[in-house]
Design a protein around this ligand. Structure first.
Ligand SMILES: *Cc1c(COP(=O)(O)O)cnc(C)c1O
Length: 498
């Protein structure tokens, strides 16, 4: 079987294997790795997967992309990542009273969908390091807007041959999210707040990754960088799985016949989750529209309607902090694919973005974007109203990120009359954001303590909170550091004693 190569979005001649793409995280020219072809299902192959377990679907999808892994290695990674870590099932569809389907992706250890990828990435990285690595200890640097950090800490906790450092915006994550991170167990985990927003954290991490001197300093100490952010292909590939699985589940439940389209409404920040859906579509899964739902930081809504990406705008902290992002990194991969892999164009657009904070695409590209994507946004008042409305209508309790998708889907359907069966992707447990959800339902906050808020929300909604969140109450706080964006690498060296 021929091996799939991965090329950089900014220089197609920079090509690596899947192991190298996962190890490097980001290409050395600053571009992102994209498979040179998208491995489509042959006719009938999708139907054959019907009735398969999540793990079987995961093996089938991943083996098409990670062609320098043996089937045995992939199966082993799948077994370690899923199963026991997801006692209630990896991904499940809940049907609301009005027939709308919700894909719950938050039954993993940290109660957010990022577990779907971040339980898998450390497994893939460990195998990749054996194949294409140099035996050096892998140092994972993570910038998080809330959920990635905890999911990465949980995924890498005490994985041999790895160290992980997580940076979060000091005032940009929920109390529960912060609590999850600063109580993290493990000998190889490090957590630090940053005096800035998520983009400051992400820019800081990207700068360290592309700084040759930092890499050389690390190499001298027997270490090398890698990334667990959704720019890493090892994050994106596992996310394709649940779109394939969800489609098969829709068929199995008789909601659609095999071959009929399904829409997905996806709460979007860094554009990783919804890009995975696009890969599933390009693999041949019958997906209609991908509905890109943003909060008040609606840079993607504007881009997908006008073709102009412009990050020169106020940055808002919202009720859905994991979507408080003005630079959606994974969009670069989509533009690369839609431009026919025009690396020169992507290089220019992203130089424009870094020089002026904006870029524009041509009418033709905008047309192609609109073939697959629709977009909308919800501010905080609309998000709260959606939480209440969904609960009143169906008894379903959703988190603020998922609520943004509900709101945007409702508007999309009303505006277009598109009655295609649709799945709303639910990305976090409502109990990760208990104060916002309780207030949305009209409840009084019983003080500031997250755990009494959690209990109040349980009483009010009749929906039980995940045990993993309740257990945080008794965990000691291990990390309290905060640094400026420019001090991030210095902090890493200090905590690692290098
Ligand atoms: C990360 C996250 C998102 C956004 O996903 P992207 O892949 O960054 O678009 C949405 N909701 C929740 C709860 C998240 O943690």
């Amino acid at each position: 079987m021929s091996r799939l190569r991965y090329s950089s979005t900014r220089d197609s001649s920079l090509q690596v294997s899947s192991s190298e793409a996962i190890l490097q995280g980001i290409s050395k020219d600053g571009g992102l790795f994209v498979p040179e072809t998208i491995p489509a299902f042959a006719p009938g192959e999708l139907a054959q997967l019907q009735g398969s377990s999540y793990q079987e679907v995961a093996s089938a999808v991943l083996s098409r992309y990670l062609t320098d892994f043996s089937q045995e290695e992939i199966d082993d990674c799948v077994k370690k990542a899923y199963g026991s870590k997801f006692p209630e099932g990896e991904a499940s569809l809940a049907e609301l009273k009005d027939g709308l389907q919700v894909l719950e992706l938050w039954h993993g250890p940290t109660c957010a969908f990022k577990d779907m990828a971040l339980q898998m990435l450390p497994q893939l990285l460990t195998v990749a390091n054996k194949k294409a690595g140099d035996g050096k200890t892998i140092l994972i640097l993570v910038a998080t807007s809330g959920d990635t950090g905890k999911a990465a800490l949980e995924g890498f906790c005490d994985v041999p041959g790895t160290e992980i450092a997580v940076f979060y915006p000091q005032d940009g994550v929920s109390h529960m999210q912060k609590r999850q991170m600063v109580t993290q167990a493990g000998e190889n985990v490090h957590v630090c707040g940053v005096d800035g927003n998520f983009d400051d954290c992400q820019t800081g991490v990207k700068r360290i990754f592309t700084d040759g001197r930092a890499a050389a300093e690390l190499a001298a100490k027997g270490m090398r960088f890698s990334s667990a952010n959704s720019i890493n292909w090892g994050r994106l590939a596992p996310q394709i799985v649940y779109y394939v699985y969800a489609y098969l589940e829709m068929c199995r439940a008789g909601k659609v016949a095999m071959g009929e389209p399904v829409n997905f409404a996806v709460p979007t920040g860094n554009f990783g989750n919804i890009l995975a859906a696009y890969f599933a579509k390009e693999m041949g899964v019958p997906i209609g529209k991908l509905i890109c739902a943003s909060n008040r930081n609606n840079v993607l809504t504007d881009f997908l309607s006008e073709g102009r990406y412009d990050r020169n705008r106020p940055f808002y902290t919202t009720l859905s902090p994991s979507m408080d992002i003005l630079v959606s990194s994974n969009l670069e991969r989509l533009l690369y694919l839609l431009s026919g892999r025009d690396d020169g164009l992507i290089g220019r657009l992203y130089r424009d973005l870094s020089d002026t904070g904006r870029f524009a695409v041509k009418e033709e590209m905008l047309g192609r974007l609109k073939e697959s994507f629709a977009a909308g946004c919800a501010d905080d008042a609309e998000t709260s109203a959606a939480i209440r409305e969904v609960y009143d209508r169906s008894g379903y309790l959703c988190d603020p990120h998922t609520a943004v998708a509900f709101k945007v889907y409702g508007e999309y359907r009303a505006a277009t009359g598109d009655e295609t069966p649709t799945v709303v992707v639910s990305t976090a447990s409502p109990y990760k954001f208990p104060a916002s959800v309780l207030e949305a339902l009209g409840g009084e906050l019983p003080g500031k303590n997250d755990f009494s808020i959690l209990s109040s929300l349980e009483e009010r909604s009749g929906v039980a909170a995940p045990a993993a969140l309740k257990a945080l109450r008794d965990k000691p706080i291990r990390f309290g550091d905060c640094c400026m964006p420019g001090e991030m690498f210095g902090w890493v060296k200090a905590v690692l004693n290098i």
